[in-house]
Design a binder for this molecule. Structure first.
Ligand code: CMC
Length: 386
């Protein structure tokens, strides 16, 4: 039975705003206070004391690992870093493809090449998640080099996840600060409650589809500018603004035209996004090291003026605002920003789908039908315009 607009059953929430779609113990957001917690640990504590590998364990298993548990997970991630089976395809992709499309296609291809593709046991599902977490940095780095006419670099297993990614991207081992910032970037993006891409991954797994299909769905959803794709657009915006003096006129015009300012606003946060607070510190530090680079100054002015104009409506900087500036300072191409978000979020998506499968229920919402009823079928030769 369809639900008609006159039905008493109507409880319609556009964009599922405020709808509770699952019960989860993975991460918690208090949007009014600007708090983000993974498994009970504040994001500030984790950014200060932890590392991405530990976060992967924490999200997937619900508690911090012991030393042997962390070692086992780290070794697995290292073992899975290589992606020989995918390389012929990655090499064949057009050089002008968006790296997010490459990431999405490569994870989909992983489903074809996975040696355990027909094994749907719980243990193997966990291995599949780890395969994606481990291979994403290699995929992103390899494609970035191939499209520049360079040879991809083999992973270096003496390096951690963040260091190895930068090494595979740039061909040289990163300095300590760059490696630490990339690690923090991975920590901060690893999970974020019930967001669009996580929901998308969960919808797919709820049909009892496979891990790769589910994570591919998550990647496709993250790509959009209202979600993970905003970081790339932030940088384009700051470059377009060009100077600190141009911030006010540029924003006045954009707001007048009711354009969304990228890197601002959030469905859940009304307070300052705690991830943006952490990243702002690094954006400033890196900006100060780069003489003559105005990106941070322009960004800070954008923040100041946005808060003055629309801050009272709860529109504050989100994670994407300062992440773009930080990644740009690390010398990373703008279109690789969202893939970096995906590299990190793969752990969150994986944790949510495995958690959801523990008490799976097919996602099957309904829609209000507002089309016509009782139409008379007219044969094609008798239709108007014949
Ligand atoms: N710039 C200007 N106005 C905004 C913005 C913005 N970035 N965000 C919200 N508003 C205004 C919007 O115009 C509306 O105003 P009014 O009530 O006068 O019509 C009001 O705030 C509510 O906006 P909304 O679009 O209904 O709110 P939402 O909950 O659907 O939006 C959002 C959340 C993230 C889609 C939106 O804030 C946005 O488009 N931001 C820019 C894109 C962006 O930075 N996305 C990254 C999100 S954080 C990373 C992630 O988790 O993916």
């Amino acid at each position: 039975m369809s639900i008609s607009p006159e039905s008493d059953e109507i409880k319609y929430a556009k964009g599922l705003e405020g709808v509770i779609a699952a019960i989860s113990g993975i991460s918690f957001i208090d949007g009014d206070q600007g708090i983000l917690v993974y498994r009970g640990f504040s994001i500030e504590t984790l950014a200060k004391h932890s590392n991405y590998e530990e976060i992967v364990y924490l999200l997937l298993h619900g508690e911090l690992p012991t030393r042997p548990e962390l070692e086992e997970l780290t070794n697995k991630l290292k073992e899975y870093r290589t992606c020989e089976a995918l390389m012929p395809s990655i090499r064949s992709f057009p050089k002008d493809a968006h790296p997010m499309d490459v990431v999405r296609s490569a994870v989909s291809l992983m489903g074809i090449y996975c040696p355990d593709k027909f094994d749907f046991s719980k243990e193997i599902k966990m291995q599949k998640v780890l395969r994606v977490v481990a291979k994403l940095p290699s995929i992103v780095a390899s494609y970035d080099r191939i499209r520049k006419g360079l040879e991809p670099i083999e992973p270096d297993n003496s390096l951690n996840h963040a260091e190895n990614f930068l090494y595979m991207l740039n061909g040289e081992k990163p300095d300590e600060l760059s490696a630490k910032i990339m690690d923090i970037m991975f920590i901060l993006h690893a999970d974020h409650g019930m967001n669009a891409s996580t929901f998308s991954a969960m919808v797919t797994i709820s049909t009892l589809s496979d891990v790769y299909s589910s994570l591919t769905a998550g990647i496709g959803t993250l790509k959009g500018p209202l979600h993970g794709g905003a970081n790339e657009r932030v940088l384009k915006m700051l470059r377009e603004i060009k100077s600190v003096d141009n911030v006010k006129p540029w924003l006045d015009e954009a707001l007048e035209e009711r354009r969304k300012i990228m890197g601002f606003g959030h469905r859940v946060y009304r307070a300052y996004d705690p991830r943006a607070k952490i990243l702002k510190k690094y954006a400033k530090q890196l900006g100060e090291q780069k003489q003559g680079d105005l990106l941070f100054e322009i960004g800070e002015k954008v923040e100041e003026y946005m808060l003055e104009k629309v801050g009272a409506k709860g529109i504050q900087p989100n994670v994407d605002f300062y992440s773009g500036i930080v990644l740009n300072h690390l010398g990373i191409a703008t279109d690789v920003f969202t893939p970096i978000f995906a590299i990190s979020r793969s752990a969150g998506w994986g944790s949510h789908i495995l958690e959801y499968l523990e008490s799976n229920r097919l996602f099957r919402p309904r829609a209000i039908y507002n089309g016509p009823y009782h139409q008379e079928y007219i044969e094609i030769e008798n239709r108007e315009g014949e």
